[in-house]
Each structure stands twice: as C-alpha cells, then as structure tokens.
Design a protein around this ligand. Structure first.
Ligand SMILES: Nc1ncnc2c1ncn2[C@@H]1O[C@H](COP(=O)(O)OP(=O)(O)OP(=O)(O)O)[C@@H](O)[C@H]1O
Length: 385
C-alpha cells in the first residue's frame, strides 16, 4: 500500500496542505518547529485515527479551529490503477467521522488494515527501555496484520481476563465458579500464544538475516516470553497460582504478560548499547517487521521516520536508508537539513521514485528532485497557505 495524495486541514500549524506523494521516498525537510512532524502525524491520523504523538485530539487541532480533516488516496499494492479514498475528521468535542472507500466505518482498526504504518521517532527507544507492554504491542502489530483471527481472539482473552479478575476481587470466591471461565481462558490464551510464537519465529529469522552484516553487536539475543512458565500449560498455571491470584485480586501470569526480551550477553540492550546503536537496532526491528509483513501478505507497509539523522553518523544513516531502499516501501523521512537526508540514500535507482518537500511555517512546498550537490529550487507548485 502507498499513499498517493494527502490533504490536511487544521492540524497543528498546518492550515491547508495538499500534496502528491512519491511511491517510494518522500523527503521532508525544514527548520525546527516548521511542521515536519505534524505532516507525519497527519499520515498517522489516516492509519490510526489519531496521532502517534498523543491521544489528545484537542492538542492536534489547530488553535482556534473547531475540527481537523485529513484525506488521502491509497494505491493498492500490485494494482496501481486501483485507488482507495480514506478520510478522517475529528472535532474538539470528541466527535468525528472515518470514511474508507466512500463508506463511514465505526472503528479505526479498519483504517489500520488498509494503511499499515511503521513509525520511528524519539519514542522508538521505548522498545528497548520501556515496559513489556511496548514490546507486546510491537509484536501484536505484526500478528494483527498477518493473522486474520488475531483481533477477535485477543479481545476474547481481554474480556475473559477482566471477568476472572472481577471474580477474584469478590469477598467470597467459589473455585467451582471460576472453573468454566478458566477453561475457556486457557484454550484461547494458548491459541493466542501459538499465533504469537509462530509469527515471532518468522520475524526472528528475518531480523537475524537483516542485522547480521550491519550491526556488529556481540551476544545480541531476542527471545519471546509467552507470559507464563514454559514448562506448564496455562490451565496448570492458573490452577497452581489461584491462591496467589486471589490474594492479589488479579491474574498474575498469562498472555497479557507476554514480552520480547532483547539483551546483550544477558544484560538489557538499553543498558549496554550506545544511543546510535540503539536507534539502529530499533529501526532494524521495525524494518524486519515490515519485511515479514510484506513476505506474508504481499503488501507493503508505510514508514514514517521522524528526524532520521538524530543520533546517527553518516555510516549508520546509510545503513538504515539502504535497508529501507531494499524494501521498496513508501517512506516519509524528516530532518532539518535536506542534503543530509538525500545523501543517506543510495544513488538514485531507476526502481525508486522520490519527492522532496520543504516545510516552512506550516506551508509545504514541493521541490524538484535533484542530485544532492545541486540546489533544489521550489517549483510554482505552492501547496500551503
Ligand atoms: N494545536 C496547534 N495549533 C497550532 N500550532 C501548533 C499546535 N500544536 C503545535 N503547534 C505548533 O506547530 C509547529 C510545528 O510542530 P512540529 O512538531 O510539526 O515541528 P517540526 O518541524 O517537526 O519541528 P522539529 O524539527 O523541532 O521537530 C510548532 O511550532 C508547534 O508549536
């Protein structure tokens, strides 16, 4: 999937922007505070129904405006002639509308299915230093996109856990009352674990192949933790831990505790690696994920990379750009300096289309694509106001 056209109204400092986008590489440069991240946020509204930066819709709507609107035209992979319009509007009262291919839909997950995104920004370090929930969400992104039954199974497990926890919090607990819930929970939790394990194994193989030649980190280890003891079935775990769960008032172990453990010689990666190495590692995790998504579904996800040069030297920038280039996915990459961004990419290949955009005070100008040593002059195509 790629985004061919993007129109934005009243999102942060962007009053009105209307852009034709390149199928592969979109370079967005401009001074601090000019609106580069806001442009990426607009794309994330089309995929998540909200920004990747904050869940608060009010801060996303331009000051003194009542609502924001983002509209896009998606091109379906392998069918260049098939375009799908998607649109999202959100207002300050929490209302809004999501439209996919002309129909109003009730859930943002229908947007996500059509426009799968991988986001790399300052928060990406959370994959290494954040709570297990961050890595669980990371893993579940791929499972959601490649296993059609995942979302409903995941919802069932959440519901069963909630019911079980509410029983655990009662004054008097009859274990016989819990038994049927536990049986159903164990069956669904085990199915969920199997889905995650299968997808993780495939992901791990892809990740290893990707980083082997580029990240010289001795002892780098990735492993999947399913959330309960490997030696026991989930029903055995629930039974053995019942008294402890009653004392705690919640279910201590299970698929809601799953994690990906990322370590270097048995130490957490965040405590050992330099900031640049961490950035390359989290980027590799996201790129490997996109590659597996592509292998399994035959579709491509879209990459949003905010401030690519931050933390990276020119060698690491080139490694990262090379990985992305080989994926042939659509990439939106921001940075303050245009030439630093352009020079990271391999010499223009015939297979790659690219566009360069300059952002200034919330106005976006499409530039001619030119080699890095020539000056890009803005064309007459002024898209901002
Ligand atoms: N709700 C809003 N209404 C109007 N302007 C806003 C709103 N929220 C943020 N801004 C402003 O929008 C501008 C663009 O912010 P953005 O984060 O997109 O900049 P950027 O180009 O990514 O900057 P940097 O290079 O520093 O990361 C900032 O000046 C910010 O103060």
């Amino acid at each position: 999937m790629s985004l061919k056209r993007l129109s934005v109204q009243n999102l942060r400092n962007l009053s009105y922007v209307d852009l034709e986008l390149a199928e592969h590489l979109n370079i967005i440069y401009g001074a601090n505070g000019s609106g580069k991240t806001s442009l990426l946020e607009a794309i994330s509204v089309l995929s998540l129904g909200r920004s990747f930066r904050s869940r608060k819709i009010k801060s996303l709507i331009k000051s003194e405006q009542e609502q924001l609107t983002v509209f896009g035209r998606l091109v379906v992979d392998g069918e260049q002639s098939v375009e799908m319009p998607v649109g999202v509007s959100r207002d300050r009262q929490g209302g809004g509308q999501i439209k996919v291919d002309g129909c109003t839909v009730s859930s943002a997950s229908q947007l996500t299915e059509h426009l799968p995104l991988q986001i790399m920004n300052g928060h990406s370090f959370q994959l290494l230093e954040g709570a297990p929930q961050v890595r669980r969400q990371f893993m579940d992104w791929l499972v959601f996109h490649v296993e059609p039954g995942f979302l409903s199974l995941w919802k069932d497990v959440q519901k069963l856990l909630k019911q079980r926890n509410s029983v655990l919090r009662r004054d008097k607990i009859d274990p016989l009352l819990l038994a049927p819930w536990d049986k159903e929970l164990a069956v669904k939790a085990t199915q969920l674990d199997q889905m995650r394990q299968q997808v993780f194994d495939r992901f791990l193989a892809r990740f290893k192949a990707l980083v082997e030649d580029f990240i010289a980190i001795d002892g780098l280890m990735l492993s999947y933790y399913r959330g309960w003891d490997r030696e026991q079935s989930y029903s055995e775990c629930l039974e053995a831990g019942l008294n402890r769960d009653i004392d705690l008032g919640y279910t201590r172990v299970g698929p809601h505790r799953a994690d990906i453990r990322i370590g270097i010689l048995k130490q957490p990666a965040a405590e050992v690696l330099s900031r640049g190495q961490q950035k390359l590692l989290v980027s590799a995790l996201r790129i490997a994920q996109g590659a597996v998504f592509q292998e399994i579904t035959g579709r491509r996800c879209v990459y949003l990379i905010d401030d690519l040069p931050a933390e990276l030297d020119s060698h690491y920038r080139e490694v990262l750009a090379g990985w992305l280039d080989r994926l042939q996915s659509q990439v939106f990459v921001t940075g303050v300096e245009r030439d630093v961004l352009i020079s990271a990419w391999p010499v223009q290949s015939k297979e790659r289309t690219q566009s360069v955009f300059h952002v200034e005070h919330g106005m976006v100008t499409t530039c001619e694509t030119a080699p890095v040593d020539t000056v890009n002059k803005p064309t007459e195509y002024e898209v901002g106001q």
